[in-house]
Design a binder for this molecule. Structure first.
Ligand code: SAH
Length: 352
């Protein structure tokens, strides 16, 4: 297995031989190594995600899924998850769905061997896929993507005194360092940013947009929906959101590739547009706090607290962490792409 030290050596040799590499290539290599090698979640890991905070999160997704599936009147649907991590969300969602009489078969898109093994312990009967191309075509797909799109490779562009350039990773005095590319990149940056001040950064994830577009096409053809929950923004203009996390603290993006989790904010406007172009109807984004609130997380938290009085404080804390504005309630958003003929999904009816 490739260690971060092996990866750093390989990247350095590549840069010495053929020059700086795009930030996206660096991010792809770093995250490939990072996720292949270890389980990054939880208190002892580098970061914690909503399904790892509380079973209530996966249960709400399960209720959302069962409700949509029932109202679609499809005879069968497949449960699909992109980047299912430890399999916790799927286990909680499928348990909640089972209680409502829904037992879809399970398809996971996952590249990390270590995480596949953990997922298999939780959901032994799932089917694993390396990419979205092999997902079944015989029935509608309801697809869940929780903190998946933020981990895909992002391209970055930087405005220099000589115009826009792709942001690359080269070698500085003490290791990797960002440098502007040699060729003009005006064509890759929206026109209204062409006169931006020097130092401005524009980022985009072509891989993420291509996946959203392809899945929207599948949904338009065979029925179904894609639920994206992630941290990100709408109406993104410019700005650098690439970050590295290690042991719950920010680390330097350009140090120790493969040892930290590299992510960037999801551009929900662009993702929605990619889905619309693929033929899907878009609902949201709404804040995670609003989405979970509409699905009934407050009632679930009270019921759980009553059943487990010894854990009532912990359950209350998890509820607040998932829904409070200052915590994950606002930065995290939820957006759905649906087959245009499918009914409205729960959780997106914003009352004004
Ligand atoms: N959904 C989980 C895990 C989020 S972390 C949770 O919320 O807890 C990102 C997940 O995406 C991991 O499972 C990682 O291995 C997977 N992943 C990252 N890049 C991927 C890619 N290109 N294809 C498939 N899975 C990928």
């Amino acid at each position: 297995m490739q260690t971060p030290a092996d990866l750093a050596d390989a990247l350095m040799r590549r840069i010495e031989e053929s020059g700086p590499i795009p930030v996206a290539d660096y991010m792809e290599a770093a995250n490939g190594c990072y996720y292949a090698a270890h389980d990054p979640f939880g208190v002892k890991g580098d970061f914690i995600t909503s399904p790892e905070i509380s079973q209530m999160y996966g249960e709400m997704i399960g209720i959302w899924f069962a409700d949509l599936s029932a109202r679609s009147r499809a005879a069968t649907v497949h449960y699909v998850e992109l980047g299912p991590g430890r399999g916790t969300l799927a286990a909680d969602a499928l348990r909640a769905m089972g209680a409502l009489g829904h037992h879809p078969d399970v398809h996971f898109v996952e590249t990390s061997p270590v995480l596949r093994k953990l997922q298999k312990e939780r959901l032994p009967d799932a089917t694993w896929h390396d990419g979205i191309e092999t997902l079944p075509t015989d029935a509608p797909l309801i697809i869940i993507a929780n903190e998946f799109f933020d981990a895909l490779p992002y391209r970055q562009y930087i405005k220099t005194y000589s115009g826009w350039r792709e942001r690359m990773v080269g070698l500085g005095e003490d290791g990797f360092a960002p440098v502007p590319g040699a060729t003009p990149a005006e064509d890759s940056v929206p026109e209204h940013l062409h006169d931006a001040i020097a130092g401005s950064i524009y980022e985009t994830s072509p891989v993420g947009l291509a996946i959203a577009n392809a899945l929207a096409g599948r949904i338009a053809r065979q029925g179904g929906a894609l639920l994206v929950v992630d941290y990100g923004h709408e109406n993104y203009d410019a700005g650098d959101t690439l970050q590295a996390l290690n042991a719950h603290a920010y680390a330097d993006v350009f140090s120790n590739p493969g040892a930290n989790d590299l992510t960037a904010h999801v551009d929900f406007t662009a993702l929605g547009q990619a889905g619309r172009l693929g033929g899907a109807r878009i609902e949201g984004p709404v804040s995670q706090g609003y989405f979970l609130g509409t699905l009934g997380i407050a009632a679930r938290a009270s019921a759980l607290g009553r059943h487990h009085p010894d854990r009532a404080e912990e359950i209350g804390a998890a509820y607040r962490r998932l829904t409070n504005e200052e915590e994950m309630g606002t930065l995290f958003r939820s957006m759905a792409m649906l087959n245009p003929k499918w009914p409205k999904a729960a959780g997106f009816d914003v009352i004004v």
